[in-house]
Write a protein that binds this ligand. Structure first.
Ligand code: DC
Length: 230
């Protein structure tokens, strides 16, 4: 079967809008594969930080990508995909704000984005792929039959992140998180390559006032309609 014929559902948007939670739940519901593309950027950034590489050194970052020892595994309760680097579960370390910010910096380099293209597309496998990120619908899978763009007010996203961290027993400052979210949005939206924006054929949902169950129900309606038409 042509790779192009394997269905893809793209869920793009800024951090804290519920893309990951909704995407994972949707993949489980459909029995499809799931790709959290932000984890690829986070993994490269983490390795660069560990090796003390400057985050704007495209040549060295590309070398890291060529040998990126990343593996996604549906471990434990199977609710959250675990990310392994060099055979070690690094999911929590990769989810830190430090890794997210570093990821956002390296993600602004066109060489880094180009080097991650084939790897991202290699996750397109039968029976289908649900993927979350910033440019899944615009650049990586422009032919996807179903594209969703999630948004939410920065204050709401900061609150969600704050509760996530507190629930994990980690220290957090609400105002600090809000500042970081706004700064990261600006960098992701204003970069020259693949800026964060909805694809022209994406359906945008504002999740500010909805619970996860409500967003999931809306997403399912969009998906059912799109897949029936494709
Ligand atoms: O979704 P996330 O917070 O894990 O992503 C971390 C950073 O990686 C984000 O600030 C921008 C970058 N990113 C990107 O540029 N393109 C993607 N498809 C996914 C993430």
């Amino acid at each position: 079967m042509l790779n192009q014929k394997i269905p893809v559902i793209t869920i793009d948007g800024p951090g804290g809008t519920g893309k990951g939670t909704i995407g994972m739940r949707l993949a489980q519901h459909l029995g499809w594969h799931f790709l959290d593309s932000g984890m690829l950027y986070r993994a490269v950034a983490k390795q660069a930080l560990q090796k003390n590489l400057p985050l704007d050194d495209a040549a060295q970052l590309i070398c890291l990508i060529a040998e990126l020892p990343i593996e996604f595994r549906a471990d434990g309760d199977g609710v959250e995909t675990q990310v392994y680097l060099d055979g070690e579960n690094q999911t929590d370390q990769l989810r830190t704000e430090a890794c997210g910010n570093a990821a956002s910096k390296i993600a602004a380099l066109s060489e880094v984005r180009d080097a991650l293209l084939d790897l991202q597309r290699s996750y397109r496998k039968l029976p289908g792929l649900v993927t979350d990120g910033r440019d899944m619908g615009t650049i990586i899978f422009p032919d996807a039959p179903c594209k969703i763009f999630l948004t939410a007010k920065p204050e709401v996203r900061a609150q969600r992140r704050y509760h996530q961290l507190k629930n994990k027993g980690l220290d957090a400052s609400l105002s600090g998180l809000l500042n970081e979210i706004v700064a990261r949005d600006q960098r992701d939206q204003n970069r020259h390559v693949a800026p964060l924006q909805p694809a022209l054929d994406a359906i945008t949902l504002d999740t500010s006032d909805d619970s996860v169950d409500e967003v999931f129900a809306k997403v399912l309606r969009i998906v059912d309609k799109a897949l029936a038409l494709s």
